[in-house]
Design a protein around this ligand. Structure first.
Ligand code: AMP
Ligand code: MN
Ligand code: MN
Ligand code: MN
Length: 283
């Protein structure tokens, strides 16, 4: 099977590599088709595309949109988008702006437990793109509040912990409308991470499909191997295509190294089955 990785992050969001470093790294690990899917941003696509030409790797323009659905945060990938599309650009800009207020909220919550200067600290770990919890996590680790990413999220940044601030992201309907307007394919990122029971998952997949959603991540860096088969079955049941992505954030900050993802289970119809840029490679 062609080595396709449809989920990755650069310094534009919370990855550790610049878009061109990321593309070169992916190519060096044998990835043939890479989607750059920064959180709520498409600012890295041009640079990634240029680097892909030099590295002989196929770059898919993407983004990972933060969504609030039934009081939970979900991530929806938009694959093969036109990054210039105004509706998509305006929607993403709105989410990015709302992240600043949330970041101030996180900093003031952390101040209450005696951690000063986290907003400036987190900003230093963020480049020109979004600010998010990962940047706070890096600041907290650098200042000795936790030893690694796993611990810092568990101790400070997840629901119920001192630095967690609830936030209203885009609606599912908005995210899909922007992706579809931009000519892209909506895919639910890491559905196994949301802790949804079977009924809620069915509700989500039904609603997603009605809104124009086409696929779910089956093989994801943040799925356990036993979840691959479960989500392959659910994709089949709902008539959804299957995707595959490492969710790479950089060395030591990822669930999965690049180029190490297993193939999709054989019963899956890949989301890229009719993409001409992938067909050209298979030929
Ligand atoms: P945000 O969109 O600002 O809420 O940040 C979400 C990002 O935080 C995710 O994309 C991951 O990169 C990171 N993240 C969330 N939970 C964890 C965790 N338990 N361990 C490590 N990173 C996490
Ligand atoms: Mn992330
Ligand atoms: Mn995600
Ligand atoms: Mn991601």
């Amino acid at each position: 099977m062609i080595k396709v990785d449809l989920h990755s992050h650069s310094t534009i969001s919370d990855g550790l590599m610049t878009p061109s470093e990321l593309v070169r790294h992916a190519a060096s690990q044998g990835v043939q088709v890479l989607a750059l899917t920064d959180h709520d941003d498409v600012a890295g696509i041009d640079e990634a595309r240029a680097a892909a030409v030099d590295s002989a790797i196929t770059l898919i323009a993407g983004t990972e949109i933060s969504v609030t659905w039934r009081n939970r945060t979900l991530h929806i990938l938009g694959l093969r988008i036109d990054p210039q599309h105004p509706a998509l650009q305006q929607g993403l800009a709105r989410i990015r702006e709302s992240r600043f207020g949330r970041a101030e909220g996180i900093a003031s919550e952390l101040e209450k437990i005696g951690i000063q200067g986290s907003l400036e600290g987190a900003r230093q770990f963020a480049s020109e793109g979004i600010i998010g919890r990962t940047h706070f996590a890096r600041f907290l680790i650098a200042n000795g509040h936790a030893k690694d990413m796993k611990t810092v999220f568990k101790r400070y940044l997840i629901k119920g912990k001192p630095g967690y601030v609830p936030h209203l992201w885009a609606s599912l309907e908005e995210a899909l409308s922007w992706i579809l307007a931009a000519g892209g394919q909506p895919v639910i990122a890491h559905p196994g991470r949301y802790d949804l029971g079977r009924t809620l998952l069915d509700d989500l997949f039904n609603e997603f499909k009605l809104l124009g959603g086409v696929g779910i991540e089956v093989v994801s860096g943040s799925h356990h191997p036993e979840q691959y088969g479960q989500f392959a079955d659910l994709a089949h049941k709902h008539g959804l295509l299957s995707s595959r992505g490492s969710d790479y954030h950089g060395p030591g900050h990822s669930y999965m190294s690049m180029g190490r993802l297993p193939d999709l289970p054989s019963q899956c119809q890949p989301v890229w089955h009719d993409w001409k840029e992938v067909r050209a490679l298979a030929a």
